[in-house]
Design a protein around this ligand. Structure first.
Ligand SMILES: [Zn+2]
Length: 349
């Protein structure tokens, strides 16, 4: 099983994030929903894969001996064709996903540096390299650049090109709600610190390399009311808008079966102070889905599940005001809107 380890993030950064998350989360508490908020993806964690996938040393070009008989016949060696690079969609919304495709004859591997990350490219075997990438909810708006390097099957550098794109705003309505002191009592600094450490050191520290999804994702609950969308800002009791919802809340009766959104490997199960009982599925290529506030967990770490398999039952554990599923999606730890993945397939071709 191939794995790509994840980034080094200092404990100081985790603590800083935890304290900030706590301060922000303490102001958020929807009805039959939760106030889980997005970490600041621009802070600290953006060297994702930076330590795991070191920058390849440029391979010095092999000089062609001028007195070689071959050289006199073939002349100057042919430079590799530049890659054909596309980003889909061409501009990336905050909290949204894009797929990067790189087509180049002879390309066998590579990486893309963009949105503060260095992401390994996957090869389909016919000269097409690709990856999915997420823009954080707090990713700065405006012009950005992707730098893509490619290598041949011997690991020799083929090319490095840049692709300009824009990070664009996505209209996400504000969630106005009233919260009681009891609801927010769960949100202590200690709880936020434990939660952040679990995510950093246990849940997002290892990723399967190869993707397991093969189309659009399945919404994990069959009949539900969506109580809060992804990325919605929160205004509590008429106060200022603080934090953005890190997933989508799907409410139904306690005990409602929860299905795997796509095939994957159970990466983590257990209790989190704020997200409650949780299951995380690793779908490969950096893509992880999280299922939270569960009443019951029906899978064990390491288990392989198919799309649609029942993995848990809906509950209201952790910071929650009623039975619902808080469903998250992350790409190399960056939260993106999972509902986007239920409407289109992020596949290389
Ligand atoms: Zn939620």
């Amino acid at each position: 099983m191939e794995h790509a380890p994840r980034p080094r993030i200092s404990r100081r950064t985790v603590l800083r994030r935890a304290l900030r998350a706590s301060a922000m989360a303490a102001l958020a508490a929807p009805l039959a929903a939760c106030g889980l908020i997005e970490d600041d993806p621009t802070d600290g964690g953006l060297s994702i894969l930076g330590t795991a996938t070191p920058t390849p040393s440029p391979t010095p070009e092999t000089p062609v001996p001028t007195d070689s008989p071959d050289a006199s016949v073939t002349g100057t060696p042919v430079a590799p064709q530049p890659p054909e690079v596309t980003l889909d969609p061409p501009d990336v919304g905050q909290g949204e996903t894009a797929i990067l495709r790189v087509k180049q004859e002879g390309a066998a591997s590579g990486s893309a540096r963009m949105l503060g990350q260095r992401i390994p490219l996957l090869a389909t075997g016919d000269g097409l390299l690709w990856c999915v990438v997420g823009a954080g909810l707090l990713e700065p708006l405006g012009p950005a650049t992707a730098t893509i390097d490619t290598r041949d099957d011997a690991g020799r550098a083929l090319s490095e090109v840049e692709l300009p794109f824009n990070v664009v705003v996505v209209d996400r309505p504000v969630d106005y709600l009233t919260a009681s002191p009891e609801v927010t009592a769960v949100l202590t600094p200690e709880a936020a610190e434990i939660e952040a450490a679990l995510r950093t050191y246990e849940q997002f520290n290892l990723f399967q390399a190869l993707p397991r999804w093969n189309g659009e994702l399945r919404i994990p609950v069959d009949k539900f009311i969506q109580t809060t969308a992804f990325g919605q800002g929160r205004s509590i009791n008429g106060g200022p808008v603080t934090g953005q919802h890190s997933g989508v809340d799907l409410a139904a009766d306690a005990g409602t079966p929860i299905h795997a959104a796509a095939a994957g490997r159970v990466a983590w199960t257990g209790a989190m102070p704020i997200r409650g009982n949780s299951v995380l599925l690793d779908h490969g290529a950096g893509v992880v889905t999280g299922y939270h506030h569960l009443l019951e967990i029906d899978v064990t770490p390491g288990q392989i599940v198919d799309a649609g398999d029942v993995i848990a039952k809906m509950g209201s554990t952790g910071f929650s005001t009623g039975p619902h599923l808080h469903w998250e999606m992350t790409i190399y730890g960056v939260n993106v809107d999972p509902m986007t993945w239920t409407k289109r397939a992020f596949l290389p071709e």
